[in-house]
Design a protein around this ligand. Structure first.
Ligand SMILES: C[S@@+](CC[C@H](N)C(=O)[O-])C[C@H]1O[C@@H](n2cnc3c(N)ncnc32)[C@H](O)[C@@H]1O
Length: 225
C-alpha cells in the first residue's frame, strides 16, 4: 500500500530534528505537576489492571518511555522516525523500541495493557484520526487504559518551515478543539474517565488537553456507561 505523503513528511522532518529535539525537550521529571500527575495516574491504573505492556506511541527519543518504566510499567516505544528510535535505543538500551506508525500498529488485537500517545497525534490529518483511534482500540485489551495528551485549539492547522532550533521541517500540525478529540475517542469505543485542559500561561504557549480513558470490558459496559 502506498504511504500517505503526510507520513513521509513526518518521518523525514523528525529524522532531521531528532538530535535537536532530544537535546531541547525536557524529561518528564521536569514537566509541570499536572502533566506529571496524569502520567503517574495512568501508570497506576495500568498496573492495577494487571494487563499487558504499555505502548508509548510516537515515543520520540524515549524519555517518556523511560519515565513510564520508572513508574513501574513495562513500556514499548514506537515511532515512525527511525532516527528517533535510534536515539531512544542508544539512550535507553534496556528498553524495547521499534519503528512503526500509529496508523497501522504491529500489535495483535487486545495485546496491550496501556497506550500512551504523548504529543504524537497532532500531525495526523483529522480525517485519519478515527483510523488511528480504531487502532488504539483494537490493540488495547478490554480494561486497558489510554492516555492521550497534546496541544489543542480551535481547529487551526499550520505548516511550519522550521522547528527545534531552526531545522527544516515539512509536516503539518493540527490543534483540534478538546471536545472534538473527546468525541473521536468516544466514537472509537473508549470510555473517558478524566479530561484535563491546561490553560496557556507564561510557560505554556498553547492549551494542553489530556484524556484518560479505558476500553470497556464488554460492549454492553460501553453502551451503558
Ligand atoms: C512532538 S514529538 C513527541 C515525542 C515524545 N512523545 C515526547 O513527548 O518526547 C512527536 C513524535 O511523534 C512521532 N509521530 C508522529 N506521527 C506518527 C505516526 N503516524 N506514527 C508514529 N509516530 C509518529 C514523531 O516521529 C515524533 O517523534
Amino acid at each position: 500500500m502506498t504511504e500517505p505523503s503526510y507520513l513521509s513528511e513526518v518521518r523525514e522532518s523528525y529524522d532531521t530534528v531528532a538530535n535537536a529535539y532530544a537535546a531541547m525537550v525536557k524529561p518528564p521529571s521536569e514537566l509541570d505537576p499536572l502533566s506529571r500527575s496524569m502520567l503517574t495516574a495512568f501508570a497506576e491504573l495500568v498496573q492495577a489492571s494487571g494487563l499487558g505492556p504499555v505502548a508509548d506511541l510516537g515515543c520520540g527519543p524515549g524519555k517518556v518511555t523511560a519515565h513510564l518504566a520508572g513508574l513501574g510499567v513495562s513500556p514499548i516505544g514506537i515511532d515512525v522516525s527511525p532516527k528517533m528510535i535510534e536515539l531512544a535505543r542508544t539512550a535507553f538500551p534496556d528498553l524495547p523500541f521499534s519503528v512503526g506508525s500509529i496508523t497501522a500498529l504491529e500489535f495483535a488485537d487486545d495485546a496491550l495493557g496501556g497506550i500512551l500517545a504523548f504529543y504524537s497525534t497532532h500531525h495526523t490529518p483529522p480525517e485519519l484520526l478515527p483510523l488511528v483511534f480504531a487502532e488504539f482500540h483494537r490493540t488495547l485489551a478490554p480494561g486497558g487504559h489510554l492516555l492521550l495528551v497534546g496541544h489543542v485549539g480551535s481547529g487551526e492547522h499550520r505548516r511550519p518551515t522550521q522547528a527545534y532550533g531552526g531545522l527544516p521541517v515539512s509536516f503539518e500540525s493540527y490543534r483540534l478543539p478538546p471536545g472534538q478529540l473527546a468525541q473521536l475517542v468516544n466514537r472509537a469505543g473508549f470510555t473517558i474517565d478524566a479530561q484535563l485542559v491546561q490553560e496557556p500561561d507564561e510557560k505554556l504557549t498553547w492549551k494542553i488537553a489530556s484524556f484518560l480513558a479505558h476500553k470497556p470490558i464488554s460492549q454492553k459496559a460501553s453502551l451503558t456507561s
